[in-house]
Design a protein around this ligand. Sequence first.
Ligand code: UDP
Length: 486
Amino acid sequence: MLQAVDVGRNSIDTYQDSAGSDAVEQLRELARPLKGIRVLHVNATPYGGGVAEILRAEIPLLRDLGLEVDWRIITGGEAFFRTTKAMHNGLQGSERDLTDLDRAIYVENAKINAQLQSKEYDLYFVHDPQPMGLLEFHGRGSAKWIWRCHIDTSQPNPDVWDFLRPFLKHYDAAVFTLGGFVPPDLPIDRVEIIPPAIDPLSPKNMELTPDIANGVLQWIGVDPDRPLTAQVSRFDPWKDPLGVIQAYRVAKEQMPDLQLALVGSMALDDPEGWDIYNQIREIGDKDPDLFVFTNLTGVGNIEVNAFQRMADVVIQLSIREGFGLVVSETLWKGTPVVARAAGGIPLQMEGGAGGVLVQSVEDCATHVARLIEHRDEASRLGELGRELVRERFLLTRMIADELRLYTSVLGMRPPRPTPVAMMGLADEIRDPVSGVAVDPAKAIVFVYEGTTYYFQSEECRQQFCEDPVRFLRSTGSWPVVRKDEG
Ligand code: UDP
């Protein structure tokens, strides 16, 4: 049997305050036809990183809504996780091709895990590339299979993609975070766009008084009375921790009191993390104001909560990003973010809400220092960010999107004629590439086969024009379309 992950219990009713009673009622409505349906979520790690974070919060709520849901992880040794990290990097566009050994390790592991998967389910929800091969060797049986991709696969390394692509061909549906992430020749007809979300009630996001949060930081050696910036992320080159250190150093020239905390969890499926950790640890050892913390040294959810709450500004300098849950987590606490505009980050900071999007390390330093000095502006941006998260990036919205998808994939009622994943914002006009809401009066327009599409930038329009079908295939794509009537 694949190893089950134990999660707590929770009731959907406790989300009435944060998400509103309508949202809770809607979820009950959506779950009604799914009562008793057996669903398995499979991923590679029970902790560390966004997927584990989401599943830990989501599974108890799906159970409370009446579904029979399990969360299991595949097994794998260090060689397997090195291989799958190379695949993860390759899917995000890194140049390293796979070796014959990588391929053999992946196939062997998929076979082993397929044999371990003995209990039967009605629906399999498989997260990311690590367990993707399960279907090939397990067989679909009478179940439906959904692949949920959490990373940016818009420009995969061709060698890695050629190897992984065939493992996808029997899936019934694929889910991506953004329309722009769908790879060009995905062998799955049904594509849905569902951005992830945060749990407002988890220990990481629940309310903490400033006294408690400051107490937590002081306990681990950070001075709450001095300016503080932080990045909370796995130690991964795509998160550019070295860029963050550089930005901190530039900002510190103007603001000698500044402290930086790099808080990074070590995930079971991410052996690369140790190399980066050792590199930044060495730098941190020479600077008493640069702190490096990990889950392995006792910095857990409450500490992350305290950092995201009490930092003057949080940095997220990702070069490539899937969604970047840390951004919504931070904004939910009213703290502004200075971030690179990678992957799903701009979606969470639409229209300047929540902070500043930057292009370079130097820009990052400038805005960090500026927001620390201009506290009113910082808290105004943070407040706007919190409202955007409340509206769009809370767990209740994501579960609603997924329940619609389960129902439709299971054929329990015909697919809705309206987009499945609409974030509850059916009437908004969105850029089909970036997912960002656009004002049609100001947006760049393109008419394709009689339908008008609106884009936030020329770059997005061009990306769409190069391969419209890629974006149109996502029946659940952002409800950007308005049929031209004249
Ligand atoms: N995280 C954590 N401790 C850390 C670093 C990260 O708990 O030291 C959590 C973070 O709060 C977030 C998740 O790991 O919930 C990271 O998700 P994100 O989508 O930002 O990035 P991913 O790791 O999935 O690429």
